[in-house]
Design a protein around this ligand. Structure first.
Ligand code: ZN
Ligand code: ZN
Length: 229
């Protein structure tokens, strides 16, 4: 694995800024990978062995994903919305799994590890760089029973919603009176009042931009998606 400072630089660039969450996340990922014996998680031969569960949608999550190379689209990144600053690193080959939790104590100890810095943000940045792993983190050895339908690779199973016909992949359906139902139809999803609508420019395709007639005096109009009327 690359050096901490290199990983932090890259992670901050990908994330958009350097923040205490990047420092914690990079260190969390380095520790997690070390615990499950993956020294180069982004390398081709190791990338398929790693699954990471992140328990928060905060800065730290971006750093963990960046350093480990896990991706939602590859099914190697699992977001579980617990609101806890923790991530679990699972080696699919060995079954080894460790949950690394960022301690609250670390927040209280920043003044001790960076007494030379007064301002809160910079002090956290410096302190989280200096703290030993044992102060910054707690670690739990855990067992993760990963369902076959959650593994990377092709879709294991498809069913049609018995109400709306929507295809549901990988056993994400709910069962209502033993019939498969998609989450929106089951009434247990994150949105409500869904209504199908039309939108202006409904027949636009990416190839169209170059052939579209540009009105005089509006050079950019060919590249602009018109707003909904
Ligand atoms: Zn951030
Ligand atoms: Zn449905």
């Amino acid at each position: 694995m690359q050096a901490f400072e290199t990983l932090l630089d890259e992670s901050a660039r990908a994330h958009g800024h350097l923040c205490p969450g990047q420092v914690v996340g990079v260190r969390m990922a380095m520790l997690g990978c070390r615990l499950i014996d993956l020294d180069e998680p982004t390398r081709r031969d190791q990338i398929k062995k790693l699954i990471v569960y992140v328990e928060m949608d905060r800065c730290t999550a971006d750093a963990v994903a960046h350093v480990t190379g896990v991706k939602l689209g590859r099914r190697s990144l699992k977001f579980v919305d617990y609101g806890i600053m923790a991530a679990t690193f699972l080696n699919l080959e060995t079954g080894k799994a460790y949950r690394v939790i960022s301690t609250e104590d670390a927040r209280d100890l920043t003044a001790i590890y960076a007494p030379d810095i007064v301002e809160k943000g910079p002090r956290q940045l410096a302190a989280y760089r200096r703290m030993p792993d044992s102060v910054l983190f707690r670690v739990q050895k855990v067992r993760v029973d990963l369902d076959e339908c959650d593994l990377p690779g092709p879709t294991r199973r498809k069913v049609a919603c018995s109400i709306c016909g929507q295809t549901i992949r990988d056993r994400r359906e709910a069962l209502v009176d033993d019939y498969p139902v998609c989450r929106p139809c089951s009434g247990t999803c994150y949105f409500r009042n869904a209504r199908e609508v039309s939108w202006s420019g409904i027949n636009w395709t990416p190839g169209e931009a170059s052939t579209r007639i540009v009105k005089p005096g509006s050079a950019s109009s060919a590249h602009r998606l018109s707003a909904i009327d």
